[in-house]
Design a binder for this molecule. Structure first.
Ligand code: SAH
Length: 358
């Protein structure tokens, strides 16, 4: 006779102290041990054997019933400017990318929120294979822990700008934002976190309702519905009117400035008329524009504008009173941008799965 048993393995990085307490008490462990366990983990100690203040039985429970979703490093590229791009392997064998950047004020990471993406933006490499699955909050935390131990420093800034659409994975991202800033978690202040979205309008309202301090960044890239629809399928669902209604709602609710990302594509959206149209669109909102000269991707149809054109675009926005920065190009020599490392790794014969997907 076969006895079928459901084996539940808990991912420790997905749990809050209260949740872990419940799990542990349900397994006959003392609830107060939960805080000790999370303490170890957020200090970078994942092996229960090394959690020296825990009794042997608790360590055994952890070994047998739990995992810690700190991803394995599959490949690391270091750029001339010091930027490191990591290709990580998750516990189920899926690959994701994350980037570590050093600034004067500390270390900043860019992490993924999904394996793949279903948004279909035409200039982006992460969406080429569609969405494979959502990441859990613990898998997002795991990327930060792995990058922190890689550089040996605390991480002070986090951007959700790796592969995936954060607002298409709302519940897990919400949980991540809580845990990453909690004193028992990574303790990274919400003002040091930025969430970037291609413009899922109803979820921007839901995000506003969370009433947190996280910076919102909008990938705008075009100034009319017709042109935006050609570049970004999400614009077919939510037009600029709906998008800006949701942004007004967000700003009324939070009072926070909104960041706009504008990827500059040669002869597509890099003219001075385009800069003026952008300034008109942003009128009335407290905003900041981040200009991103396109990172050209393999088999991509779009090109990057000349630097002079980028500067002229910025100057025009400046003249119109719009605050801008040109995104510092970090790691462009190592495929650091937007899903390119994973693609080039796969193209060179790397495998998509770790072999534990039988
Ligand atoms: N899905 C989210 C976050 C991930 S992408 C979003 O759309 O905002 C992070 C940023 O990189 C977005 O602004 C995205 O439009 C931009 N991006 C993607 N591919 C790019 C490329 N090849 N060159 C320049 N920017 C790119």
């Amino acid at each position: 006779m076969h006895v079928w048993m459901a084996i539940v393995v808990y991912n420790l990085l997905d749990q809050s102290p209260e949740e872990l307490k419940k799990i542990m008490t349900a397994h006959g462990e003392s609830g107060f041990r939960a805080n000790q366990v999370l303490n170890w983990i957020y200090q970078g100690v994942y092996n229960p054997e090394h959690m020296t203040n825990l009794p042997a039985a608790t360590r055994r429970f952890l070994k047998e019933e739990t995992v810690c979703s700190v991803p394995g490093l599959e490949k690391l590229s270091t750029s001339k400017d010091g930027t490191k791009k990591a290709l990580f392997r998750l516990l189920d064998g899926q690959l994701i990318e994350a980037v570590l950047m050093k600034y004067e004020h500390g270390y900043s990471v860019c992490i993924s929120t999904q394996v793949g993406c279903r948004m279909g933006c035409r200039f982006c490499a992460s969406t080429r294979g569609g969405l494979i699955r959502n990441l859990t909050s613990g898998e997002m935390i795991g990327q930060i822990l792995a990058l922190s131990s890689l550089c040996g420093h605390r991480i002070s800034n986090v951007v959700l700008m790796g592969s995936g659409e954060p607002l298409d994975n709302f519940e897990e991202v919400r949980r991540f934002l809580e845990h990453v800033s909690a004193p028992w978690g990574l303790g990274i202040g919400q003002r040091h976190i930025t969430l970037s979205t291609c413009g899922v309008a109803p979820m921007i309202r839901a995000f506003a309702d969370l009433d947190n301090q996280v910076t919102l960044a909008i990938s705008l890239h075009q100034t009319t519905d017709a042109k935006r629809r050609e570049l970004m399928p999400i614009a077919q669902r939510y037009d600029l009117q709906e998008l800006f209604d949701s942004l007004n709602y967000y700003q009324q609710k939070t009072g926070r400035r909104i960041s706009f990302e504008f990827a500059l594509l040669r002869d597509v959206n890099d003219s001075l008329e385009e800069a003026r149209a952008l300034a008109i669109l942003l009128r009335g909102l407290k905003s900041h524009v981040n200009l991103i000269p396109l990172n050209e991707i393999e088999q991509g149809v779009f090109r990057r504008p000349d630097p002079a054109k980028v500067r002229a675009f910025q100057k025009e926005l400046d003249r119109l009173g719009i605050e801008t920065t040109i995104r510092r190009e970090m790691g462009s020599d190592i495929d650091a941008a937007c899903g390119q490392l994973k693609r080039s790794y796969l193209d060179q014969g790397g495998t998509d799965h770790g072999g534990n997907d039988q």
